[in-house]
Design a protein around this ligand. Sequence first.
Ligand SMILES: Cc1cc2nc3c(=O)[nH]c(=O)nc-3n(C[C@H](O)[C@H](O)[C@H](O)COP(=O)(O)OP(=O)(O)OC[C@H]3O[C@@H](n4cnc5c(N)ncnc54)[C@H](O)[C@@H]3O)c2cc1C
Length: 425
Amino acid sequence: MLTERPLDFVDARGRPFLCAHPTPRGHGHPPQLFIYQPALEQVLRDGVARHPNVEVLLRHECLRLRQDAGGVELTVVGTADDSVHRLRASYVIAADGGSSLIRSQLNVGYEGRTYEDRWVVIDTEMIKPWPDHDRLRFHCDPARPAVDCPTPLGHHRWEFPILPGDDETHLTTDEAVYALVARYGISRDSIRSLRATVYSHHVRFAARFRVGRVFLAGDAAHAMPPWIGDELGLERAHLVGNSYGGACALRLALDTPGRVDRMVLMGPGGIGTTRSLPTAGLNNLVNYYGGDGPSRLKLETFIRQYLVFNAADVPDSASDERYRASIDPEVMAAPPLRRPSGPNALRTLWKMDFTRDRRLDRLPVPTLVLWGAEDRVNRPGGGCMLADRMPDCDLYVVANTGHWVQFERAELFDRLCADFLAGRR
Ligand SMILES: Cc1cc2nc3c(=O)[nH]c(=O)nc-3n(C[C@H](O)[C@H](O)[C@H](O)COP(=O)(O)OP(=O)(O)OC[C@H]3O[C@@H](n4cnc5c(N)ncnc54)[C@H](O)[C@@H]3O)c2cc1C
């Protein structure tokens, strides 16, 4: 596995104009991960081989699936000898790829679309490293954009769109592969071409992931290109945000109401902030990166004294995780939630208070506001301000709860949120 590779967007002459370095944020998984699929599959096969009660049937094809109340029966044919086997199982996970036969047999649709643009993906073995071979680069060259991507175990991948007039078959030949990468200064001595394949991007979801005792997984259940938002066809989405996240959700809804379906805000920031002095909790939060800088003690004090109603409910691990995330070098370089300063400070403060924004009075997005009655960071009175002003706003003020409704009253939050987002209110 390769993780945390710097990534650059470069222009046609290779000059970077946007650079980022993804680093872990305490989510329990790397923010970015490159795998070499044959190596991963080998690890999985070795793992399975450790269990004598698991039999792997390679070169076998499932032709039919039937299920009844007690289980599932599979008809499987050995492709080497035409042997026919009937297997019975309590449950089946069908991970048989994008063209899933099982999905068809279950009569489950595969909704979405396939892009017309076709791309060639080239996997190579690196023989001689070149400068910056370990950076992920997007070559934004209008003539032919390219993805230039390090992959583990001394491999490297390129992806190029197929342009009008290109001969697809030719593009997968070694000759074409070496010509395509030559524009980035990569010569035949540097790489050995392993595979070049033409593919299309699919954005598709199975209408259901489960039918009775059969579950669809992997590409059989969903396939998508590695980008999101507009390209995924997600024109509208529900937004759920707490505190600063709630403020971001509200800002997005005010700026682009057509893109937001429904919105759940938990103790959002920026409500009535110019109408009273900041709370002690907010001051504490804003000062976190000031003075002697962040510390585990400062963070734990903030959580236990200001963030929640009942300090005993917060496990140490929550403070550990939050502290680790708070000292991420990228976050430290541009700490969030700074007090506005300079000549435009007042103007900025004014703009940050949503109750000064007239668009609030006609925001058509159905909104659920949940606010802890004992919130010591953002005043619970903000809930009434929103409910009074917004045309379609439900408000719940939750007793014996601080700033983290979703944590402190998780069950209630889940129920209200699920009902509201499903349109049951
Ligand atoms: C060219 C290319 C490049 C890609 N690059 C990336 C990438 O960089 N990163 C990334 O995350 N994803 C990438 N993907 C997508 C990735 O390969 C798939 O998302 C992933 O392989 C899906 O795994 P899967 O197990 O669901 O399906 P598959 O890998 O398609 O496996 C399905 C398996 O089921 C078997 N099967 C099918 N029908 C039957 C049957 N009736 N009976 C028995 N067996 C059956 C097939 O033989 C196959 O072995 C790429 C895909 C392509 C085509």
